[in-house]
Design a protein around this ligand. Sequence first.
Ligand code: ADP
Ligand code: MG
Length: 263
Amino acid sequence: NQATDDATQGADRAPSAGAYSAAGVTISGLHKSFGDNEVLKGIDMEVAPGEVVCLIGASGSGKSTLLRCVNRLENPNAGTITVGEHEATHPDVNLDAMRRQIGMVFQQFNLFPHLSVLENCTITPRRVLGQSKAESEAEAMAQLDTVGLKHLSDRRPDQLSGGQQQRVAIARALTMKPQLMLFDEPTSALDPETVGDVLASMRKLAEAGMTMLVVTHEMGFAREVADRVVFMDQGLVVEEGPATDVIGNPQQPRTQDFLRRVL
Ligand code: ADP
Ligand code: MG
């Protein structure tokens, strides 16, 4: 029984159990433009170690750009970002070391199609962390187990549903032992019937104490799992707070408009 399993695991792995060594994120005065299109107009945001923050907002409001600035897939024009002990925006930042601490899961999961599920999860730890085959396989099987896919480790990605592939992508990210997970609309490309299992895996990760910054349109997930919800509009944070406030009782007209459209 999957639901009972998940519940038990969650209880066993409360945040205080320290299953993950979680890093926090601090963003101050972040500006980003593409040409003369100013996409981020001065963002301040904090994610404490072990905290789960859901980032919501209309398409084009700058959510993906913000996430991409955190691991420096985009170069900000101004402002500072720190991830754990790394100052992402410092000219001398060790980007490889910083990125090893950050797992990222996108809408498109980009698994290697010619590799098995297990190989997808071992290739980077072997290449980047120098793990042995045995060590990387043991770790990968443990992570596949946490997303409920250990029994499919020999399959190829095209033999899995979209939701299963996304859970492999999550397991793959976890094999690098990240201290922060960034999710950019991880369920937006999935068939509705496979969304629930992906969200359940993410919830389990949250309950295990991972720091998570999640861009999502899943308001149910945000309500139930997020410690805090941040609503962005046109490159600015308009409203933030507990989900019960931001989603349940929004104060700003722009938040109210957005929620009327998505709920
Ligand atoms: P969201 O994720 O909230 O939908 P994005 O961060 O993807 O928003 O996009 C915000 C704005 O930035 C959009 O107007 C988009 O066209 C623009 N943008 C994003 N990435 C680039 C890029 N690489 N080059 C030019 N414009 C971009
Ligand atoms: Mg986006």
